[in-house]
Design a protein around this ligand. Structure first.
Ligand code: ATP
Ligand code: MG
Length: 373
């Protein structure tokens, strides 16, 4: 019986007792009529016995029949009703058995609103949660494996060179001093690159696990960008890049972690230099849009293929072409940019076409992040 209005098992039991009593009453009334009918017929036929008095069936015999019929009808109807309900309990038990055996795909039907219906509902919910947790675990495991293989790959490349150059120097004691110095310089530069990559990796892991405490403060974003652009001047000159800084307001004051934000824009500027060398020009734009500061770092030249756009914020993702180029990155830069933007309740997006590659960062001016120490 699917009585959806019943809220508890006690109510269900009371309902079953009520229904059984009603059925018993109806059967008892019918029995009374039947007894009367049979007694009338017997009397008419002149039948006499100890169970028959002159005015009908013996009252205690009649009471005995009614009592026996009543008890039997009540027990059977109650058993029948409970039995139907017990089938539902067995369905729930089977569902629990499936879950215990690791099958999370079968839903248990929610057939009532009482405690058993609730158990079924909660079990279904538990199944969903377990599935979500397992999926997250699977992705985390996958990411971890990705991370290990990418790190191993990226660390091995400079390490192999360092070992190669140092081994060469060690095995050639008569090597010309200048050549020896040149090899040592290369090995030193590679070791520095290795150190930078390791630091970047540590920084990223810390960011990803939100282990980094934000040193919040009010900073002048217009000035920060001008300063970062100044620091890039040697690279701009090296690659013959012109720069344009368009800032509608010299006082874009923003609440944030200065070091992290510098790292965010530094990554974007370095990418613009690395991948926009052929574009001859880099543009940086800053504007206030309502309660937000919107920054755009634009470079020209190399267009990011459409199929890579969706992936470039993933850690260790590098567009195939840039892997073969001598750009020497780890593919963590944009993942770090995104992490930092998110830590500041902001967003970062990218568009790339022949009109330029635009990385747009939107940060709230006041994000209410509580200062931490
Ligand atoms: N401004 C850009 N113009 C064109 N392509 C870009 C630009 N920025 C990033 N990309 C592409 O996106 C990929 C991912 O960039 P990301 O900064 O995450 O890694 P990376 O520069 O390769 O290495 P890292 O920054 O860790 O040293 C790059 O390999 C490059 O192919
Ligand atoms: Mg980069």
């Amino acid at each position: 019986m699917k009585a959806k209005f019943i809220k508890s098992f006690e109510e269900r039991l009371a309902l079953y007792i009520g229904i059984s009593a009603l059925i018993t009453l109806v059967v008892e009334v019918c029995t009374v009529f039947l007894i009367r009918l049979i007694a009338g017929k017997l009397r008419y036929m002149g039948y006499r016995s100890a169970l028959m008095s002159p005015d009908g069936i013996n009252p205690s015999f009649r009471l005995g029949i009614l009592l026996a019929v009543g008890i039997l009808v009540f027990i059977f109807s109650f058993y029948f009703l409970v039995q139907k309900y017990m089938r539902y309990v067995r369905i729930i038990i089977n569902g629990m058995k499936d879950i215990a055996q690791g099958d999370f795909d079968k839903d248990i039907p929610v057939e009532s609103m009482d405690e058993f219906g609730q158990i079924a509902g909660y079990l279904n919910q538990m199944e969903e949660n377990i599935k979500v947790i397992m999926e997250r675990e699977r992705i985390a495991e996958h990411t971890k494996n990705d991370l290990i293989s990418s790190v191993a790959h990226d660390l091995r490349t400079p390490l192999t060179s360092i070992i190669g150059y140092l081994g060469w120097v060690k095995e050639q004691p008569d090597l010309d001093v200048q050549v020896r110095q040149k090899y040592l310089d290369i090995a030193y530069r590679k070791a520095q690159h290795l150190e930078q990559m390791t630091n970047e990796l540590f920084g990223f892991v810390k960011l990803e696990h939100r282990e980094m405490s934000l040193q919040m403060g009010i900073l002048n974003l217009s000035q920060l960008l001008a300063q970062l652009l100044d620091e890039c001047v040697p690279s701009f000159e090296k690659y013959g890049l012109e720069t344009e800084y368009i800032c509608s307001d010299n006082q874009v004051m923003l609440e944030g972690d200065g070091n992290l934000l510098a790292r965010l824009y530094d990554n974007l500027l370095n990418n613009a230099i690395k991948y926009g060398k052929d574009g001859k020009m880099i543009r940086v734009e800053l504007e206030k849009r309502g309660d937000y500061a919107v920054t755009r770092v634009i470079n020209y030249g190399y267009v990011i293929p459409q199929e890579d756009i969706a992936n470039i914020f993933r850690k260790f993702y590098r567009v195939e072409q840039s892997r073969s180029q001598d750009t020497g990155g780890t593919g963590l830069g944009l993942a770090i940019v995104q992490q930092i933007a998110e830590l500041h309740q902001g967003t970062v997006s990218v568009k790339s076409s022949l009109q330029g590659t635009v990385f747009e960062v939107t940060l709230p001016l006041n994000q209410g992040i509580e200062e931490q120490d």
